[in-house]
Design a protein around this ligand. Structure first.
Ligand code: FAD
Ligand code: UDP
Length: 368
């Protein structure tokens, strides 16, 4: 069978493009996926206890993008869920992002409103006009004491780099609240897919025009793929170019998953451990999935350089190398080869942005 569209990777980026080309333009699509499952890093499965387990760490869906929300909602029903995270600091559990309660609990203050919180921050933060790195972002937003207690060591563990060597964008992901709002995200749409993420991908890819080849590394079959109208690549960009400008760094995680005979292990879906241990956080997905069971699953995440590439590392050196690959990738657009997704664009993006980028690319190219 001949295919119009070849897609490397069955994660959000690949599945979205496959779905759009098959359903909207009636194209024949081949998706090549090296893992033994679809869904990319969002993949989840039911374990022996009937609990939904995310293989690559829990994913919490949140977006302000109505187009994305409407698009994903075609493939799933939702369970409302607002993510709340605690951080274990000085033996205490405090809310993160930093809000009034974080300061009150840690410093025994009695801040009651936004005005008092602003005053506290003004007295405790530093003034840096244009923060150049993640340390400067933290110092301007929360100040030195909170930075050292909640962010400095967590970031070193997560990235194996001190925040001063990391792009400002990393720490900019975490806001600071002038109120008591302890939600991790404030987006309009926040929810978990009722039957898990994998079901979303099954629904997206279930089309007569889409063929998915699992357990297949694209580079092992690339010489057999001769004709196509467009090829979309969602794997690591440096691998595509055989590392000709050098290797880009990707941070990975080791997940230690345990199923325990107890209703709940901890009080929230996520507790962060910035200082004491070599893991960064313990997550307990049951808080988010709303499943009823006498069992629960917990996942400890320990950052590492070995293993699957999860996080592009936004350092100065990686930016320089990526720029070179980006130029080569752009030139291949003339040959109908396109690079899309967290690994191919070498960018730390959330699920909603991955959907949005793939939808935008489809809409732009569909006009050709
Ligand atoms: P991927 O999901 O990485 O898909 C790429 C696919 O390509 C993979 O399946 C891979 O196996 C395949 N592939 C690569 N190379 C080849 C090859 N040579 N041949 C064939 N196939 C290949 N976002 C949120 O919004 N909320 C969250 O709570 C959240 N939590 C996260 C937690 C973790 C631990 C991580 C790592 C990410 C999290 N994200 C979260 C981000 C989210 O996972 C990504 O935005 C999203 O998965 C990106 O989709 P993608 O299609 O670009 O990439
Ligand atoms: N971070 C931190 N302390 C925390 C949580 C986050 O220092 O308790 C920093 C860390 O550098 C992390 C970044 O903020 O990589 C972004 O955090 P987020 O929770 O968005 O990370 P992700 O869920 O993407 O791993």
């Amino acid at each position: 069978m001949k295919y119009d569209i070849i897609i490397v990777g069955a994660g959000i980026s690949g599945a979205t493009l496959a779905e759009r080309y098959a359903r909207v333009l009636n194209r024949k699509v081949l998706v090549v996926e090296k893992r033994d499952h679809i869904g990319g890093n969002c993949y989840d499965y039911y374990d022996k206890a009937g609990l939904l387990v995310p293989k690559y760490g829990p994913h919490f869906f949140h977006t302000n993008d109505k187009t994305v929300w409407n698009y994903v909602s075609k493939f799933t029903e939702w369970i409302p869920y607002q993510h709340r995270v605690l951080s274990f600091v000085d033996g205490l559990l405090v809310p993160i992002p930093v809000n009034i309660n974080t300061v009150n609990i840690l410093f025994g203050t009695n801040i009651k409103n936004a005005q008092e919180m602003k005053k506290w921050l003004k007295e405790n933060t530093e003034k840096i006009k244009e923060p150049k790195n993640s340390e400067e972002v933290a110092l301007t937003r929360v100040g030195k004491i909170l930075y050292e207690k909640m962010f400095k060591n967590y970031t070193k563990k997560q990235w194996d780099m001190w925040p001063e060597d990391l792009d400002a964008s990393v720490m900019s992901r975490i806001p600071v609240r002038m109120n008591f709002d302890d939600r991790y995200f404030t987006d309009t749409y926040q929810a978990m897919p009722k039957s898990g993420y994998t079901k979303i991908f099954e629904n997206m890819l279930n089309h007569k025009n889409i063929k998915v080849l699992l357990n297949t590394d694209f580079f092992k079959i690339a010489n057999k793929i001769k004709t196509y109208k467009k090829l979309f690549y969602t794997g690591p960009i440096d691998k595509f170019f055989n590392y000709k400008y050098g290797k880009l760094q990707y941070r990975s995680l080791k997940f230690k998953t345990q199923t325990l005979r107890m209703k709940f292990f901890q009080s929230r879906a996520q507790i962060n451990y910035p200082n004491e241990y070599d893991f960064t956080r313990i997550t307990e997905p049951k808080h988010a999935t709303g499943q009823q069971s006498d069992w629960t699953t917990i996942i400890k995440e320990s950052p590492t350089w070995d293993g699957e590439p999860y996080y592009p590392v936004p350092s100065r050196q990686n930016k320089i190398i990526y720029k070179k690959y980006e130029i080569d990738a752009f030139k291949l657009n003339d040959k109908n080869i396109f690079f899309i997704g967290r690994l191919a664009n070498y960018k730390y993006i959330n699920m909603d942005q991955a959907f949005r980028n793939a939808l935008d690319l489809f809409n732009n190219l569909a006009k050709d």
